[in-house]
Ligand binder design. Structure first.
Ligand SMILES: Cc1cc2nc3c(=O)[nH]c(=O)nc-3n(C[C@H](O)[C@H](O)[C@H](O)COP(=O)(O)OP(=O)(O)OC[C@H]3O[C@@H](n4cnc5c(N)ncnc54)[C@H](O)[C@@H]3O)c2cc1C
Length: 412
């Protein structure tokens, strides 16, 4: 989106292809998943963003394959040719190759996945109300978040708020002590990607809210009822939320030599795919690998936004035969929220935690949303929730039902 916007009024024709006709603000998916925000407030129609851009068109299509020698794409709406191709296809959940984990646990990369999680959580409580078997009830009331990075911490915090403030109001016949929220994290603290201060504060806040954190361990298997951890512990649960990593997603046609750690596409400093003349990759799918930056940049929104803007300038330079400029990431810091009124934020050398960090987090996230209506809706919802703890959308509109593993495999 940033790239296309920056190409407005430039001597180019921009064609955007996406399998969805809307943009998703992924950092707030966890609030959709836990009924705190409506899905519409974190999405925005792509066509509307570009209504006034004459050199822009959009097709709703899935890109299946890149034919580099023909400069063309195989898509669900037929073949499309290009002069320059930019891959900004993002990332998908990394289940580390386990079909069983992929089938039985829930990833959260899209609105439909977040809505599935919302339904699953609410259906579990509804089922627990009438469940007589104590072991079955334990499974329904136990929530395990795998991965204690920002997404896992935010999800666990929202589930703990549900337990502490909503369960007794919405489900007075369920005992809130029966609801348990676990985080299973491979490192010695949650939020290992942030500063030590942020990590220890986040761990403490979660524990104060009643979240049980297992550190320095990994999930070994999950069969839909029993989750086995590599230190031998076993949790009975039906609700496993997988936030343990991502891998790049992109269509066929990229040489295996260009695919690096995390299944990302290796590019040079101007985001050009190694060995290609007119193919570029930006955002979560790309790894700009240089001597100074051997692992690529982190898969966060700021990198994607800055690369989009920067590549627009470089594409115009290439077309006009001018010099290109290498991309340099300007890290503006990172933050994560824990529950309704606490957050941690690392901004350069400044480290914040608690209520002020939460205000900062709210401000940044409200302004990052697309559309004034969404900003106002989210702001009003958050203010309401701050005082009442209530979110607007604890609705089971599209009930979640898990197919059998064979049906699931056949559908893919
Ligand atoms: C739950 C969650 C929380 C996050 N929280 C934060 C946060 O707090 N702060 C932060 O900085 N970052 C956060 N991120 C990461 C951030 O959202 C990403 O870094 C950013 O969205 C990357 O942008 P992108 O353009 O590379 O990819 P995306 O935003 O993922 O966009 C990729 C687009 O490509 C489309 N697409 C993919 N494959 C195809 C295909 N074959 N054909 C057609 N279309 C296709 C998709 O539909 C999608 O619209 C979070 C991510 C998630 C999932």
């Amino acid at each position: 989106m940033e790239l296309a916007k920056k190409l407005k009024d430039k001597p180019v024709e921009v064609l955007m292809l996406d399998r969805h006709n809307y943009h998703t603000f992924q950092p707030l998916l966890y609030q959709v998943a836990t009924g705190a925000l409506e899905a519409e407030t974190i999405t925005f129609p792509l066509r509307r963003i570009f209504q006034n851009q004459k050199n822009f068109s959009f097709f709703l299509a899935e890109v299946l394959k890149i034919n580099q020698e023909k400069n063309s794409l195989e898509t669900t709406i037929g073949e499309i040719t290009y002069d320059y191709l930019v891959l900004a296809t993002g990332a998908d959940t990394n289940f580390f190759g386990s079909k069983e984990l992929e089938h039985f646990s829930m990833g959260m990369k899209s609105v439909s996945e977040a809505l599935n999680i919302r339904s699953m959580i609410l259906q579990s409580f509804e089922a627990a109300l009438t469940e007589k078997d104590p072991l079955e009830k334990e499974e329904l009331m136990t929530f395990v978040v795998v991965g204690g990075g920002p997404t896992g911490v935010e999800l666990a915090g929202a589930l703990a708020e549900f337990k502490n403030h909503i369960l007794e109001k919405d489900y007075p016949k369920l005992d809130d002590c029966d609801m348990r929220v676990f985080v299973v994290e491979g490192k010695s603290s949650v939020l290992g990607v942030m500063s030590e201060n942020a990590a220890s504060k986040a761990q403490k806040y979660l524990q104060e809210m009643g979240v049980i954190i297992y550190n320095d361990v990994h999930v070994k298997s999950f069969d839909g009822e029993l989750l086995t951890i590599d230190d031998g512990r076993v949790l009975r649960t039906r609700n496993v939320l997988w936030a343990a990593g991502v891998i790049g997603q992109f269509p066929e046609g990229i040489s295996a030599d260009n695919i690096v750690k995390g299944r990302r596409i290796q590019t040079d400093e101007i985001n050009r795919v190694k060995g290609a003349l007119n193919i570029f990759a930006i955002g979560d799918v790309a790894a700009v690998i240089t001597n100074d930056n051997p692992n690529g940049y982190p898969g966060v929104a700021q990198v994607a936004l800055q690369q989009g803007k920067h590549l627009a300038k470089n594409l115009v330079a290439l077309i006009e035969g001018k010099e290109t400029e290498p991309f340099k990431y300007n890290d503006r810091g990172s933050m994560a929220t824990i529950g309704r009124n606490k957050a941690v934020a690392d901004i350069g050398k400044l480290k914040f935690a608690g209520f002020f960090a939460w205000l900062l987090w709210c401000f940044v996230h409200v302004f990052s949303l697309l559309g004034n209506q969404n900003r106002i809706n989210v702001f009003i919802t958050w203010m309401g929730r701050y005082f009442t703890y209530n979110g607007p959308s604890r609705l089971i509109i599209r009930p979640f039902s898990r197919q059998s593993m064979t049906e699931d495999a056949a559908a893919k």
